[in-house]
Design a protein around this ligand. Sequence first.
Ligand code: G3I
Length: 373
Amino acid sequence: MSRRNLLLGAGALFTLPTERARAPERASLREAAARSGRRFGAAARAEQIAAEPDLAEALLVECDALTPEISMKWDAIEPEPGRRDFSRSDALLRFATENGRALHGHTLIWHRSIPPWAEAALAEGAGWAPVAAHFEAVLGRYGNEIATWDVVNEPIDTGHRMDGLRDGTFLRAFGEGYIERAFHEARAHAPGAVLFLNEYGLDYDIPVERDRRYLFLKLVERLRQAGAPLGGIGLQGHLDLRKGPFSEPLFAGFLRDLSGFGLEIHITELDVREHDLTAPPLVRDRLVAEIAKRYLDVALDCAAVRAVSTWGLSTRHSWLAIEPEDLDFYWRLVGGQGKGPGFNRGLPYDSDMRPAPMREAILAAFERRPLGF
Ligand code: G3I
């Protein structure tokens, strides 16, 4: 995709360039991010990049950094004990480094990506050895080339324990010290990396997310006090138009509290889940862009926020997409007519790899906050 196509795609919705009076060429997201002293990235999969040149090109135009959407997770790397498959992560790293882009390591520990054999072993008292071997294998291979890592993903869950820790495999096997231990284990294999704690559901002004923010802050405080080598906070930023009010002052206050720990903050998995796929596309795009802009305006007012990544660049592959075989069912469910656009539209590019209004929203949010503002 050429710059001109990029401009025209975005321009169709925001400005109408004519032959005589063309709008000035707009920056790419990575250029806008750089002017704001930040970096922009997206989650990606090597096999999709290899198969889809338009995706590869858009990623290179827009992104400083890529996050492996699936391939670096424990179940993807080691489906059977000791049989490790690094091929897709190697391919993504090659694509990134050959093009001068970074990878963000995702993710060493996550309750949803434990291979079944390890799940069973940990439950049966195998101890820390499988975790240590996994960290050693992954960080031993990539620890020098990848500078930032999600070490623990999504440890918070409300409604079970006073400390808000998820009642899952790791907690049951190792007690509440497992998070701190994971950070030390990661540090041992990647001495120079910035180690992140990544979490979702910290965005909205609704009771469960108020609780989650409080519990998350307490967890960060405990890890800092215990001397865990925590260097960064990942806020996933999976926005959701079904969830209810977003409060700028509340979110700003949360970011202020988080900044107090002196850690860098990344928005790691930004996207928007829609609530009505039957609304006219222009209405849907406006709602998506509006919430992304409101969220990022607050986030980028916070100096500790150093990077923004979307969870995928194009809705073609979003985890929020409805599978084609489920579309008819969906339309019956919502009482809609006909086929219509079935994809969730909450990413910067549409499924035909054309820039969507959310891209403009991200661009405008970066441009509102140039360096030294
Ligand atoms: O490709 C196979 C397909 O052939 C098969 O028919 C189908 C049946 O289940 O599975 C397909 O693979 C799925 C893959 O997504 C591709 O769609 C996997 O089962 C599924 O587990 C995988 O889900 C990924 C999920 O993490 C688990 O790894 C999502 O793509 C990915 O977007 C999601 O990402 C997470 C972040 O890591 C953490 N934060 C939340 C975020 C969204 O859930």
